[in-house]
Design a protein around this ligand. Sequence first.
Ligand code: PEP
Ligand code: MG
Length: 570
Amino acid sequence: SYGIAIGKVFLLENPDFVLNNSDQVLEIEREKEIEKFQLAIEKTKESVRRSYEKINKALGQSYAKIADAHMMMLEDPMMKTSVLKMIEKGSKAEYAVYKTMSNILEAFSKMKDGYFRERSNDIRDLCQELIFNLLGKKRNSLANLPKDSIVVSHNLTAADTALMKEKTAQGFAIDIGGKTSHVALVANGLGIPAVSGLQNVSKNVKTGDTIILDGINGLVIINPDAQTIKKYEAQLQAWLEQKRQLISLAHLPSQTLDGQKVFLLANIDSPDEVKTVLENGAQGIGLYRSEFIYFHRSSWPTPKEHFEAYYKVVTQMQGKPVVIRTVDLGGDKLSNVLIEKIGYEQNPFLGLRAIRLCLKYPDMFEAQLLGLLQASAFGKIDILYPMISGLEQLQQASEILDKAKEKLRAKKIPFDENIKVGAMIEIPAAVMISDALAKHVDFFSIGTNDLIQYSIATDRGNESVADLYNPLHPAILKLIKITIDSANQAKIPVAMCGQMASNPLYTKILLGLGLKEFSVAKEQIPLIKKVIRETKVSDAKELAQKVLACQYQDEILELLSMDEIKESNK
Ligand code: PEP
Ligand code: MG
């Protein structure tokens, strides 16, 4: 997590358990042991509930979902069955938990997928907490954290991390974890520097040591000399100044050096994020992913539940536009109800995902559209359909939308009669028919996250093929250009809400390809605005022309970096 901190260490010790099976329980004591295990599960659930509340308070619901995942693991029948079986064979509860969790951890650590490997930290956290509860011990806590300390630990729970802001920690360094670990996500959300994956930092410091936390380069310096401290103090000031400057841009116009207005919007996953969106100066919300409403429940959400979530966002946005994407479940976004209905698919990214799922379950889809329409009476809402690959899907979706509108009219419930409807362009087939699609929708939004994975045939979450997942692949740039040209020809707006739009390295080339609407991660808004304000569209167009003529990705990279060097020499 980006940033620099200089301060005193607060070492949070997290002992690693190594238990053995030497203490066997007698048969008559086994019932008691099972009871002890069940009590410990309940106690741990209670603390997970408390951490949900803490994270929810500090960061909002979307981060608090981390606690939901912990809750699901505690309720996992396979874990419970294994522990109970071992107790029945004579093991103590703590050993049965230790052994079961160690087996699960081993299986996770062998997984190829980085995301799953990261999840082993969650399991380790839970295992420790469960064993503490079984042994009736108290875990070290951050309650006594001195102001402005830097926390060092083997690992941290996401809830610990959420507490840091409240306890005014400057940042933290931990032995394990990678960029996508939950603690890293929470640290990012809090905007505090952090370094993870240091392997043995917790063994090399003691409370009270001076430490420099360099979240820019991913390193820590323990007990640095005076000269190093001086150097880092200067870097710290520069970083703080950069932050101040960026935030001071938040409310300046989003336009290029040669005066072209660029619409700068934010992506959100839950209503709790709106406050930061406004503080960072977004002109609206360009992508509101609605999946969170579908998670951790036993039936599809009702129109009322949809309405309440959307109402909360549009009213806070005070008339600024909000693009709400209809649900994109499937692929890597699974929910209990979905699994119950369709089970696990062999190839979920090519399966019953997003609009395909909605058209298969029209009642579920209609419930969302009813909620959306009702909320449209309270602010400016546009509807966005994900994963459109053909005109037929658009037609079927608009029939369901028309039916929902009819129902509301019959009940005299107000909604925006002119509500706009757009299509995500994130499948190569959609790009190739974008000229036809453009005649049937009010706007496009380019989803590069999926467009790249489907065009280059690279799983967006698989680190083994991460080198192939390249937004600057000549094919991707051409697909973007075709989409923008189709939209321009039909005179409809086109935005980009995929992650590519959030990366300042690509801002100029996207401007050059003719993009005028960027919907970006909320923290990136000031930085993207900075690049927009420093770019001339005429230069960007020239660059885009050269880039489109390239056949190799390296040529493109070279052109982009040469361009940056030329800029910095000016
Ligand atoms: C995309 O695919 O670029 C996109 C914005 O959608 P998601 O990341 O939710 O699939
Ligand atoms: Mg997508």
